[in-house]
Write a protein that binds this ligand. Structure first.
Ligand code: CA
Length: 689
């Protein structure tokens, strides 16, 4: 054996070791199960299968946080909401933006490696309730998976961004959309859908990650009985519906909150509201399996158990908020639990093997729809008259006491950190004359908001936003921080005894995890909804977050939301001693509007225009025509006014995301809306509201 061979033998173990530390092989199931160990990366939506969003990294910690500075920022050229959790593998960030665009970005420099645009038809915006958002991708064995607003699930090559396969998960039905991130469970890509506001039948599907072939599908609500039920679970559910329920689709869309337990081989997800919103209109009964937390066997998609958080749902209390798994000692007993801070204001702790209710408590003050939960079953005790067919102001609002924004769990403190919205209210005015209409949304809400939803005007205290540290064993808050804005971002917890959260006013803040003391802030230039993530590149810890204000709260732009900041969306990355400066392009109008045309419409017409505007245009162009991410029509030019009817009915700006309303509105109504917009411009011309 010569010298050469000895050297080769000596080097061999070293080579293996170095390749282990930098790249532990393909991102497969065994590596996903061990992601907790892999602190350099952020490989899954919630970092680990249990969705803790906790990173043990601690270079950035309660002592060094003062040195945290911007490393780089990257403008994404959109004014729409950004909700994605960036995933990070070996120094590359994989994230999504508005209209389901996918980006691969160098984590160290911010340089874009590739962009993939699925070219979602912009007229799809009409059937998307809550902005053209996307919450991120999944990574598995060299592929990047994204769900698109028009219901496709696409696998991309991780290195080039080139599509490998596409599955049309919602077919041609334009009422469906996908905003949620796909999840991975033993070789399958799991994807849900949204659209219960329009009237669709919800389902969740599993696709072979390699080929895109569907493995199974679980419907969340029963279909037409005359066609036979897909399963015993559907037959059981059908008994909890009245009339010809299948004609509306039923709803129950699983649009977020999907997690997998590889040990129990159970896949958990939440389901949305029923169609229509109001049970007295769609028919009394629990409407299974809407507004529920569901466990199915990952191997075949068959129901393992369900827990309905809001039976006979009536207030848009989707149960699609993040689901978090933990092993907790409760009452002296080790329990495998699953937890959720539900839209309906209650924090639930369930046994994730059986679905048994362990405990539940309101995590915010001012819940009006229920007085509590049955301590044995967890079924809510509704307030008297809560589901009656009459206009009622209810708290929490349909946006929930907590929504899709991810929460975090620190094993060091034993606390769950989440953004909570306290005292949000909504006037539920059910429309007894409602009939299902496939061309429009199907809430059965009677118009919308004659006048602002300002809490002061309805004689209730204004809503507030909080960062809450919740003790899930004791079911009580350990601490609360009051935020200046009602709507804030998702949360990250770290081994540095830190909790990070972005806010609606554009501030990214760090708090001490143990007591909530604010230690650091940074102005990201626009409101933040998305959760930060942390990872290392070449041994240095970084923190990244998508900043971009939108979603339902940003589009609707409700009065009383606090000092929210609209602007252009960007991704920001921080590190200790980072010295970059954020140069945020200016956004919005500095001067009061000057009406481009005059109107001689009667006050009655303008009032009708007000009602029509808030019902049809307000969900995107802002309540009372005060807009954020999309054009503020008080500033509309003469050209826009000249083309007004053609834009609204003719769809002349469909490619820009303004769909045609020809199936919804007629010419007279469009003229009334236009008169209202001009009146609002004149009214606002002295001061910008
Ligand atoms: Ca909903």
């Amino acid at each position: 054996m010569g010298k050469h061979h000895v050297a080769a033998l000596l080097f061999l173990p070293v080579l293996i070791l170095s390749s282990c530390s930098s790249r532990p092989g393909p991102l497969d199931d065994s590596r996903l199960r061990e992601t907790d160990q892999e602190t350099s990366n952020w490989l899954m939506y919630g970092r680990t299968y249990d969705d803790h969003r906790f990173s043990p990294l601690k270079q950035i910690n309660e002592d060094t946080i003062g040195k945290l500075g911007l490393a780089w920022s990257r403008e994404l050229g959109t004014t729409r909401g950004l909700e994605a959790t960036p995933l990070v593998e070996d120094g590359i960030i994989y994230t999504t933006g508005a209209w389901s665009l996918v980006y691969a970005i160098d984590a160290k420099t911010g340089e874009i490696r590739w962009t993939y645009d699925p070219k979602v038809p912009r007229e799809r915006a009409y059937f998307i309730c809550c902005d053209v958002v996307n919450r991120g991708v999944a990574l598995y064995k060299g592929k990047v998976y994204v769900g698109t607003l028009d219901g496709r699930l696409i696998a991309l090559d991780e290195h080039s961004g080139t599509p490998v396969w596409t599955a049309a998960t919602t077919g041609d039905a334009k009422q469906y959309s996908i905003t949620g991130a796909p999840r991975i469970a033993k070789g399958m890509v799991i994807i849900g859908n949204a659209g219960a506001e329009n009237g669709v039948r919800g389902y969740i599907s599993a696709y072979d990650a390699e080929t895109g072939k569907m493995t199974w599908r679980f419907y969340t609500v029963p279909g037409d009985p005359s066609k036979g039920f897909e399963s015993k679970a559907m037959e059981t559910a059908s008994k909890t519906w009245k009339g010809e329920y299948w004609k509306t689709g039923g709803g129950g869309t699983p649009w977020e909150g999907i997690v997998y337990d590889p040990t129990l081989d159970l896949l958990y997800f939440g389901t949305g509201n029923a169609t229509a919103w109001y049970r007295a209109i769609r028919g009394e009964g629990d409407s299974l399996y809407t507004a529920s937390i569901i466990a199915v066997h990952a191997r075949n998609g068959e129901l393992a158990w369900y827990f309905q958080t809001t039976p006979g749902e009536n207030w848009d209390y989707d149960a699609t908020q993040p689901l978090m798994q933990a092993d907790l000692t409760i009452g002296g007993r080790a329990r495998k639990v699953i937890m959720q801070a539900n839209k309906n204001g209650f924090f639930y702790v369930l046994d994730r093997e059986t679905g048994e209710f362990i405990s539940g408590a309101p995590f915010v003050n001012g819940v009006t729809w229920a007085t509590g939960l049955d301590p044995k079953t967890g079924r809510p005790i509704e307030s008297p008259g809560a589901g009656e067919l009459k206009p009622t102001i209810v708290s929490p609002s349909p946006d929930g006491a907590h929504n899709w924004n991810p929460m975090a769990f620190s094993p060091a403190t034993g606390l769950v950190y989440l953004n909570a919205k306290v005292g949000t209210q909504f006037l539920h005015a059910p429309d007894p004359k409602w009939k299902y209409d496939a061309e429009r949304s199907n809430l059965a809400l009677d118009g919308m908001y004659d006048g602002p939803l300002n809490a002061k005007l309805i004689g209730m205290p204004p809503a507030t936003g909080e960062l809450v540290a919740w003790d899930p064993v004791a079911q009580k808050a350990a601490w609360r921080v009051s935020n200046p804005t009602v709507e804030d971002g998702g949360v990250l917890a770290t081994g540095g005894n830190l909790v990070f959260q972005g806010r609606g006013d554009g501030v990214l803040a760090a708090y001490r995890a143990s007591d909530g003391k604010q230690l650091w802030t940074f102005d990201a230039g626009t409101g933040i909804m998305a959760p930060p993530v942390t990872y290392t590149v070449d041994g240095t810890q970084y923190l990244s977050v998508m900043a971009g204000w939108g979603g339902a709260p940003g589009l609707f732009n409700a009065p009383g939301s606090g000092p929210v900041k609209h602007g252009y969306g960007r991704i920001l990355t921080f590190t200790l001693n980072g010295t970059a400066t954020l140069k945020a392009p200016p956004f919005g109008h500095k001067e009061p509007p000057v009406p481009a045309i005059t109107t001689n419409a009667s006050p009655k017409t303008i009032h009708e225009g007000n009602l029509l505007f808030n019902a049809n245009c307000g969900p995107c162009h802002g309540i009372n025509a005060v807009a954020g991410p999309v054009p503020d029509l008080r500033y509309a030019s003469k050209e826009v006014h000249q083309d007004f009817e053609n834009i609204v009915l003719g769809g002349s700006r469909a490619s820009a995301g303004m769909p045609s309303f020809k199936n919804i509105l007629n010419t007279t109504q469009v003229r009334a809306i236009q008169a209202y917009v001009v009146a609002r411009a004149a009214e606002s011309s002295k001061q910008v509201k």
